[in-house]
Design a protein around this ligand. Structure first.
Ligand code: CO8
Length: 261
């Protein structure tokens, strides 16, 4: 499959590898348009279906993960078009259906839809030059791809309101302090670190990895008792897998486990 607005690559040294998707609209700081979101969705689904892939990384350029939705494309849209075509909902959230872990590697700006796309991923690894912001208010709209919902759930109401209402940007250090990003690394090390984390994930049992992601995501969709119920049932289901027997037997017998991938 060839794409115009993204690049794809497969990395890793083990049997199970990492699919890397690089957003690639360099002249527009990776501004997100329908074509890019369609291509991203297609590449994500391809890696999710591929049994030789265990983890996915989504990244951008050194200057920009993505500078938001493509303002030049949006400027002539009207209500009839966006509501009628179900703009955003139609094709921007394919990433939510991916069952394998997705790591966002953010260098430079992640603004508007770019910040929202990073938040749709399971973890964010940030370069020390990363900046996160929701500047939609400055162009007369509001965040529309989850920013008003995921940001307060992640960084709390106070910081989310500040970012969404005043266009205050957060640097990588603050983003790590308040839980928006998992790790901050020097720009020339961040991809290496993400690939190492992805390789670690690829070395574990596929079912346990997918069930962990499903259980953590349940917390955003439910009350504590409902979320605990989902976790408990998924935990119980692990006892129907060969990886549970293998992992525990390997521990008890002091040997390296051989998981199903
Ligand atoms: N859309 C389209 N083109 C863009 C965008 C964008 N979001 N961001 C940058 N570009 C383009 C510029 O127009 C410029 O193009 P050209 O060279 O042809 O003039 C090129 O990228 C380089 O940009 P700058 O010259 O501005 O570079 P600077 O380094 O001076 O500044 C910034 C970089 C700070 C990133 C600046 O470009 C900027 O402020 N961009 C807009 C950021 C923004 O407002 N993002 C939010 C967009 S709205 C949104 O994301 C809504 C999401 C809601 C869900 C989706 C619903 C639409």
């Amino acid at each position: 499959m060839t794409y115009d607005t993204i690049l794809t690559d497969i990395r890793g040294s083990g049997d199970i590898k990492t699919g890397v998707i690089t957003l690639h609209r360099p002249k527009a700081m990776n501004a997100l348009n329908d074509q890019l979101m369609d291509e991203l969705g297609c590449a994500l689904m391809g890696f999710d279906r591929d049994d030789s892939i265990g983890c996915i990384i989504v990244t951008g350029s050194e200057k920009a993960f993505a500078a938001g939705a493509d303002i030049a494309a949006m400027k002539d849209y009207d209500f009839q078009k966006v509501y009628g075509s179900n703009y955003i909902s139609r094709n921007w959230e394919t990433i939510r259906t991916v069952r394998k872990p997705v790591i966002a590697v953010v260098q430079g700006v992640a603004l508007g839809g770019g910040c929202e796309l990073a938040m749709m991923c399971d973890m964010i690894f940030a370069a020390d030059n990363a900046k996160f912001g929701q500047p939609e208010i400055t162009i007369g709209v509001i965040a529309g791809a989850g920013g008003t919902q995921r940001l307060p759930r992640t960084v709390g109401k106070a910081k989310a309101m500040d970012m969404l209402l005043t266009n205050r940007w957060m640097d990588a250090a603050e983003a790590e302090r308040c839980g928006l990003v998992s790790r901050v690394l020097p720009a020339d090390k961040v991809m290496e670190e993400a690939l190492a984390a992805a390789e670690k994930i690829c070395s574990f049992g596929r079912l346990a990895v997918m069930a962990t992601k499903e259980a953590v995501n349940a917390t955003f969709e439910s009350s504590l008792s409902e979320g605990l119920h989902v976790e408990r049932r998924l935990f119980h289901s692990m006892f129907g897998t060969a990886d549970q027997r293998e992992g525990m037997d390997a521990f008890v017998n002091k040997r390296k486990p051989m998981f199903n991938k």
